[in-house]
Structure formats: C-alpha cells, structure tokens
Design a protein around this ligand. Structure first.
Ligand code: ZN
Length: 83
C-alpha cells in the first residue's frame, strides 16, 4: 500500500516548527506572519524610504552647497561644481 503523500511543511520563522505553507498563522507560536513575508516587505519598504531620503538629502545638499539643481544633474551639467 502506498504511503499517503506527505505534505511539504515549511518551518515557521519564529519558532521553526514545521507548518503548512498555506497556513495564515502558526499553530505553534500563534505568529501571524509565520513565513516572514510581511516582515520582508516592511524591510524593503523601509529600505526604499531611506534610499529616497538619502537621495533627497544629497540633492538638497548639492543645491545648498553649489546651487546644483536636480535638473542640472539630469542634464549632466556639473559646471557649477567647479565655480
Ligand atoms: Zn511559529
């Protein structure tokens, strides 16, 4: 008699107990994000936000420092840098 096909279980990121990949919550530790998907998403959004913030500050700094506007950067006009 064939063995019943074992469902592939994946470990919960919080308690590392194997749970169903379709589970919304972990039955072992009650984690509502047992695969860390929401956490990874939040991390990426935080990273993108910080990257935009840094770019914004650099652009603002260049403007304050030498009067270089984002338009100059787009045009590749860095002559103001040498003035
Ligand atoms: Zn868990």
């Amino acid at each position: 008699m064939p063995m019943p096909k074992k469902q592939n279980l994946v470990p919960c990121v919080d308690c590392h107990k194997p749970i169903s990949p379709t589970a919304k919550t972990c039955g072992s530790c009650n984690s509502t994000d047992p695969f860390g998907v929401e956490r990874a998403d939040r991390k990426l959004k935080t990273f993108l936000f910080l990257a935009m913030l840094v770019l914004g500050l650099v652009a603002l700094g260049a403007y304050e420092w030498k009067g270089i506007t984002p338009l100059d950067i787009v045009r590749g006009d860095f002559q103001k840098l040498w003035q």
